[in-house]
Design a protein around this ligand. Structure first.
Ligand SMILES: *Cc1c(COP(=O)(O)O)cnc(C)c1O
Length: 456
């Protein structure tokens, strides 16, 4: 008898609610601080950047938040996404483990990021916002938000890290095709950009600088423009919970339940999106699924960072959060998983990791690409280099189960495809990719610059 490879839900199975971990997390969320006063932020401070409904979701402890019909209608363009059983990969590895993956690469922008981009564009439109500003590194977030803004008739300014703007022209063209305005950051459009260009006219830019520019433009617009962030914040993680809610139903269709759930982590949103609904089942329903977050050895915020209050951006304009961090001045090595190059980590994920409810592992770049090609050869899908971090550890779990001769049910998140990352694959195939070890000195230096706060 042949076994089923894909588990497909109907449109009517699309979740009606997002799941908010703050309702069930045993650790109360730490306060978010104003970067100027270092006191807890007020809704008035946040309302310069975000519409009220997103601020409400940011601090909410409500377990379920209703997904607006307008958002569900657009989700239906690509959701529910398929759950696959990687039978060919299992055979290739010769493992008794069953490997499942949730395929978020089928979204129009090619990753999980539209799940929150669509929601954020909707709430901004409803609040009367005319335009959004945001930053993007490799362009995955920028293209997701560009799509969502087009659908809700909002203008969009994207501050794209200058090196990526120059080296990755296709993501820029993708954003421009959705009518977004894309600027190479640092620009001369903002005070912080001009200051930086004066010091260094050839600055390659960084994600921290681009965030500072996008925040400044929104803050100075008198309420016309708001700012939008694609990861890290609680409302972003909440919107991503559709991934895990669907996966719970699909595992049920498959008649199995995962022993381990795996996802890559940049700011934590795709991992949390898949893992938090399973964590809820651990906390409330007696399940014992291991939840495993995977990061690059080049930016090991969970496995090697410190748990402290730190700024969300380089220019110290974004709110201060309690998180695992490598220091906001830390500049990560140029690894090809651009979406994982962030110094911090979502607050709820940091707290849960600190409490031992989530595990973390760091993997090197080359073994990650090796896993990506194994997956490509078995399953036919070219994964995003970010997602390949989850694949690496899923394969390691399957090989460990083989060695121990035990059946193990493994579920990982395929957060996106790699069709815009072919230059990275080209380098790997030409044997030109480097491994980066834990940057001990750079992190020790950056940790010196953490803000001094009174709380805790
Ligand atoms: C942005 C991105 C990530 C990392 O961001 P998280 O918020 O940690 O999910 C991972 N995978 C892909 C494909 C991305 O685009």
């Amino acid at each position: 008898m042949s076994e089923q490879t894909r588990y497909i839900l109907n449109e009517s199975d699309l979740p009606k609610f997002w799941y908010n971990i703050n309702a069930d997390s045993p650790i109360a969320p730490s306060p978010v601080l104003n970067p100027l006063t270092k006191e807890p932020v007020t809704p008035e401070f946040l309302s310069v950047l975000f519409p009220m409904e997103l601020i409400r979701q940011e601090i909410s402890t409500e377990r379920y938040i209703q997904i607006p019909e307008e958002v569900r209608e657009i989700y239906k363009l690509y959701r529910p996404t398929p759950l696959h059983r990687a039978i060919r990969l299992e055979k290739m590895l010769g493992t008794p483990a069953h490997i499942y993956y949730k395929n978020e690469s089928v979204s129009p922008a090619g990753s999980h990021k539209p799940n929150t981009a669509i929601a954020q564009a909707f709430y901004n439109k409803a609040a009367g916002t005319k335009a959004l500003t945001t930053e993007t590194g490799a362009g995955q977030w920028g293209s997701s938000l560009a799509m969502a803004c087009k659908m809700f008739d909002l203008d969009l300014e994207v501050y794209m890290v200058k090196v990526s703007y120059q080296q990755k022209p296709y993501r820029r063209v993708f954003m421009e095709a959705y009518d977004a305005q894309v600027f190479a950051s640092p620009t001369d459009r903002t005070e912080c950009g001009r200051r930086l260009l004066e010091q260094d006219p050839d600055s390659p830019g960084s994600l921290g600088i681009a965030i500072s520019e996008a925040v400044e433009v929104a803050a100075a617009s008198g309420g016309i423009k708001k700012y939008s962030l694609g990861s890290v914040l609680n409302h972003v993680l909440t919107h991503q919970s559709v991934i895990g809610e669907e996966a719970l139903k699909q595992m049920d269709m498959a008649g199995e339940y995962p022993d381990v759930v795996i996802g890559c982590v940049g700011g934590g949103s795709n991992f949390a999106g898949l893992a938090y609904p399973f964590l809820r089942q651990n906390l409330l329903d007696g399940q014992r699924t291991r939840l495993l977050a995977v990061e690059p050895t080049a930016t090991p915020s969970l496995t090697r960072g410190v748990y402290a209050y730190d700024y969300g951006d380089t220019a110290q304009m974004a709110p201060i959060m309690h998180m695992y961090t490598l220091g906001h001045t830390f500049v990560p090595a140029g690894i090809h998983a651009g979406g994982l190059r962030y110094h911090g980590m979502a607050a709820s994920l940091s707290a849960l990791y600190d409490a031992g409810l989530i595990e973390a592992r760091a993997v090197k770049q080359r073994t990650t690409f090796e896993a990506a090609l194994t997956f490509l050869h078995a399953e036919g899908i070219l994964p995003a280099p970010e997602s390949a971090h989850a694949i690496r550890v899923a394969i390691d779990e399957a090989l460990d189960a083989k060695q121990k001769e035990e059946k193990r049910v493994i579920l990982f998140n395929l957060s996106g495809h790699g069709h815009f990352d072919l230059s990275a694959y080209e380098k790997y195939l030409a044997d030109e990719l480097e491994d980066y070890e834990y940057p001990t000195e750079a992190v020790e230096e950056a940790i010196q610059h953490l803000p001094k706060v009174a709380v805790m």
